[in-house]
Ligand binder design. Sequence first.
Ligand code: ZN
Length: 345
Amino acid sequence: MRQHVRNPVHAYFFTGPVGSSLHDAVLAFAAALQCPNQGCGVCETCRLVLEGKDTDVYFAERAGISWRVDDLREADRVSRRRPLGAGYQIIVLEEVDLTTTGSSPSASALLKSLEEPPSRTIFLLTADEVPEALDTIQSRCVEIKLKGLSEDDLEAILTREGAPVDAARMAAVAASGNLRRARVLVRDDALGERIATWRTVPERLTGTPSASAALASEIATALDQAIAPLQLLQEEELEHRIKDAREMGQRSIANRKDVEAQFKREQRRFRIDELRFGLTALTNVYRERMIQGLEEADAGDSRSDYRVGASMRAIDIIVSTNQRLSSNIDETLLLNDLMLSLMEL
Ligand SMILES: [Zn+2]
């Protein structure tokens, strides 16, 4: 990355799992590109970029859930501008996986912008992962892959921040490498209970369709409650920012609407992460059952074949449920479908 700061190409694509701090990485890279000392972190230029106040670093804004052609046209317009300062005109486009390829394809609008940008323009794109539809976009960029944090690192950070060891461990394991998520989960007293709910799904799915519907709604309620610690954390952060603004002599923060919209997005995303995490916990239960079945088969128990087959089918069902999660599907429908399909095994 240091070499790229000295000799940048016109587009970078930052990818990495949720919580691998894509936003921070992009911000730091943008600061390094603008900084006369290639990213000292302390000069006025660095400070302005890191605080989001450098007028040559443009964060493209999305009006809806996905990127629309109009949003990208605006980004394209800014990308044609000459930088005001001595650095680059930087265009940051986050969550590029939310571009569309259908009838009004915003992905191709973005591709066009990337084709021949002015020499002092640099695009910084981010996405958790790159869907196949974006292969051409990716091929025009240098990809920078980030990793999530290890469970041990997360645990160490949480305990350093004052969390009890047991809670830190549980949150670290459940956070999938995502520090932000770990910080929310460590405040969540219901985490253990939620894991237990997911793990008992198979044994509770023996009854009627109404029992499976009840289980689906129990999980939905648990997901609602999982958001509460995040909301609390966000409120604290907002208060902090307002306090900072007051100390700077402002009445309040300028972009409160944006901040609130960003909070809502984060809550939506957290919910999906939480659901993904639950599905992983459930997969593990079926995997354990499968392994146990295989061991029993080795020991000569012929009834275990059925058990192994059913566990494998269950894992397939969960995998396809996980895939459907990325397609903006209705959550209630998804959970009900999942429970019914698992019950029918
Ligand atoms: Zn600097």
